[in-house]
Every structure is written in C-alpha cells, then in structure tokens.
Design a protein around this ligand. Structure first.
Ligand SMILES: O=c1[nH]cnc2c1ncn2[C@@H]1O[C@H](CO)[C@@H](O)[C@H]1O
Ligand SMILES: [Zn+2]
Length: 397
C-alpha cells in the first residue's frame, strides 16, 4: 500500500544499509529528520531509571520490581496487553511517582530533552492533572509543574543543540466526572503554554458525549480540543467525537476503516462518516505501535495508516506512550519505512500534516513548516543525493 516514489540513487559505493529498503531513508536520517508529535502522554513516557529513582526518593513501595532492567521489562510487557483496559493498567506506577511538583517537573524536563534528542521539533504532550493530586497538589500546581519542566527541558535541549517547542494538552479521564473542571483549567492556562484539551482512559462504556458539557464550554471559549476515539471502541465513538462534541482532531481514529469498503482490486468506497472525516481534513493522530499493543490492530504491517494515507486522510504519526510501547518518533518512522517503503517525501508529508494540525497559532505553524521542517528535509534529501560529508564517504570526483 506504499506510495513509493522513485528517488535518485546515491552516487559512490553502495552503502549496504541503504540497500536494505530500496529508496528509503536510513536509520540515522530518520533520527535527524524534523518530526512533529501531536499525541504523546507525559505519564506514558518516563525514563525507566527515573521511575526507579523517584520511587526510591519518595518511598513509593508499590513498584513490581526495583531495578531498572526489571522495571523496563515490566512496562514493556504492556506490549502483550491485547486490550486498551489492560494496557492502561501500567499507568498506575508512573502516575504513582508523579505526585509532587518536583517529580512532575523533572519528568516534563526529561520528556522535552528526550523528544528533542529524537529530532522532534514541535510536540504536544498531554497529561491528566487529576491523576497527580493524590498527595495534595492542586490541579493548578500540577499544570504549573508541567509547564516549568517543559521550559527547563527545552532550554537544556537547546544548550545541547536541539531545538524543540512544546505545547501542553490537558486530559480529563473519561471514567471520572471532572471534564468541566479540567476544561476550565485549560482556559485558565491558555496563555501560559496549554494549547488544548482531550479525554483519555477506557473508551468502551464512556462515550465522548458523557463529557459533552465540557466540550460545549470549550467551544464557547474558542478553545481547541482533540478526543481519543476509534481505538478501544468503533464508529459510534468517532461519530460522537466529531458530530456531537466537535473535536478538531481524533486521537487514533483508527477504526474509521470500519466505514470503508475495500474491493479486491484496491478501490475503496467511503461511508458518510469516513467521507466527512477525510473531506473536512480532520487529522488522525495515529500511533501504530500502541495500536498493536492495545490489540486495536494485529501488526504494524497491517496498520490502516497506509490505506488512509493512500485515500488522502490527514494522517499524522505519533508515539502515544514511549515507555509502555518502547517507542520514539524515530522508531515509529523506521517501522513505517520498513513496512511500507516510505520515502523522505512521505515522511515530510506526515510531518507537515501534523504541523498543520497543531493547536498553536497559524502563523507559528507556518513558520515551523517553512523555516524548520521543509529546510530540514531538503538538507537530508541533498545528503541522499550527494552523501553525508563524512570521513568514510568518498567525496565526489
Ligand atoms: O491510548 C490511550 N488511550 C486512552 N487513554 C490512554 C492512552 N494512553 C494513555 N492513556 C491514558 O491517559 C492518561 C493521561 O495521560 C494516562 O494515565 C492513561 O490512563
Ligand atoms: Zn493516547
């Protein structure tokens, strides 16, 4: 299902790594291409060593094991969860150590550094503040700690030569009843770095309209929001998210394929909801590895991202939970290249799609596209043509 384009071969001695996936970018390039990440959970992306250290510092005794390797493995076992509900059970321990302002700020700072080192130039990172109030922090204190951490982390990344901008999304947990309160928090911090709202948590049994009042309030306040929908539940959830609640984007939205009939010869017939999502250019925040881990799709190779991309949906590529799904933007891109033979042009298309769909002002999105993303891809394309300037590469005669 790839939309491969033929690219000129690199001159000089063929590099065996380059030959593995014909015409595809290589691993090192994938780390360096500018990337945009719209769907990443702060409490799903802690460094395992930070989980262990914070647990020690805070006397948190509930970790299933206390060494870094064991903790890494325990979180990685989320890959075998097979359902969204089981996958989400892993969060009890990341949230468990994110109960003080210092801990939250540290996690946010490290998140900014890790994303920047992975080549992410713009990210929207989300967390549910209500989960971090178990030891008495107020919702406002949680948000302030997040904002403080992202500021510090972005500054440290910049010193290391990696520039990143981060916007915060605040989630309400769909099984709780605090959506309106969290929506008000979004409005309160909209000028301080919070760019939008979302609902997260188990999807089956907790439809988007359960939080309708919060979405209506946000619309009256001219606020942006996305909704996790079409992951653990199907089309009715997507339909409510878009047509009742007014979501600007869909978190995952992968089950929109249930509204697409695919004939043997590859021609597709879109139902009314799928047409609406495509024709209105509603961005899909797709997270291939996470979808495999929650049992939403069987494998990355079978992920509908390739079909949806071919049909012209506004598809974006995301990590969801870097810790639980053992992933990064580079890894997601690598797996897509391996499975669908995407080229740098395809990756730029995903990246520009994501930047267009961000919740920051239009002029700033445009500036990032024109001044950071496109020049970044152009530089890597010229490397693909002429090879990187490195000692081991023979110079052109
Ligand atoms: O893929 C997902 N679908 C639904 N909810 C999720 C997913 N990943 C994480 N969370 C939930 O969002 C909360 C706030 O970040 C996390 O604590 C987790 O429960
Ligand atoms: Zn998510």
């Amino acid at each position: 299902m790839s939309d491969r384009k033929s690219r000129p071969r690199s001159p000089g001695t063929p590099n065996p790594r380059r030959e593995q996936v014909p015409d595809s970018p290589i691993a090192d390039q994938l780390r360096r291409v500018p990337k945009v990440l719209l769907h990443d959970h702060l409490d799903g992306g802690l460094r395992p060593e930070t989980v262990v250290e914070l647990a020690e510092q805070q006397g948190y005794g509930a970790l299933p094991t206390s060494d870094v390797a064991g903790v890494t493995e325990w979180f990685a076992a989320a890959a075998g969860a097979g359902s969204l509900e089981e996958y989400l059970e892993r969060f009890v321990h990341t949230v468990g150590v994110m109960q003080t302002a210092d801990a939250i700020s540290r996690v946010a700072a490290e998140c900014a550094e890790d994303l920047a080192a992975d080549g992410v130039v713009y990210a929207e990172v989300r967390h549910a503040p209500e989960l971090s109030t178990q030891q008495g922090l107020s919702l406002d204190e949680v948000v302030e700690a997040m904002l403080d951490g992202f500021r510090r982390g972005a500054a440290r990344a910049r010193e290391a030569g990696n520039r990143i901008r981060i916007g915060v999304l605040l989630c309400a947990m769909r099984q709780e009843a605090r959506a309106r309160e969290i929506a008000e928090l979004v409005v309160r911090y909209r000028d301080a770095g919070v760019v939008g709202f979302d609902i997260a948590g188990p999807e089956a049994g907790f439809p988007p309209t359960r939080s309708l009042e919060a979405f209506e309030y946000l619309r009256r306040e001219n606020c942006h929001f996305t909704i996790h929908a079409g992951e653990g539940f199907g089309l009715p959830s997507i339909w409510e998210a878009i047509q009742w609640c007014g979501a600007a984007r869909l978190g995952h939205g992968v089950r929109i394929v249930d509204d697409i009939d695919l004939a043997e010869d590859g021609t597709a017939r879109l139902g009314r909801l799928a047409s609406f999502v495509r024709d209105r250019r509603i961005p899909l925040e797709m997270c291939p590895r996470s979808n495999v881990h929650t049992g939403t799709v069987a494998s990355v190779a079978e992920h509908p991202i390739a079909l949806l991309r071919r049909l012209g949906f506004r598809v974006t590529v995301n990590t969801d939970n870097r810790l639980m799904s053992q992933t990064s933007m580079t890894r997601e891109f690598t797996e897509l290249v391996e499975n669908f033979h995407y080229s740098l042009d395809d990756l730029q298309w995903f990246t520009v799609n994501a930047m267009k769909s961000a919740f920051i002002p239009f002029d700033q999105r445009l500036a990032l596209i024109n001044e950071v993303i496109k020049p970044g891809y152009a530089a890597l394309r010229s490397e693909a043509l002429f090879g990187p300037v490195a000692d081991h590469e023979p110079a052109l005669a």
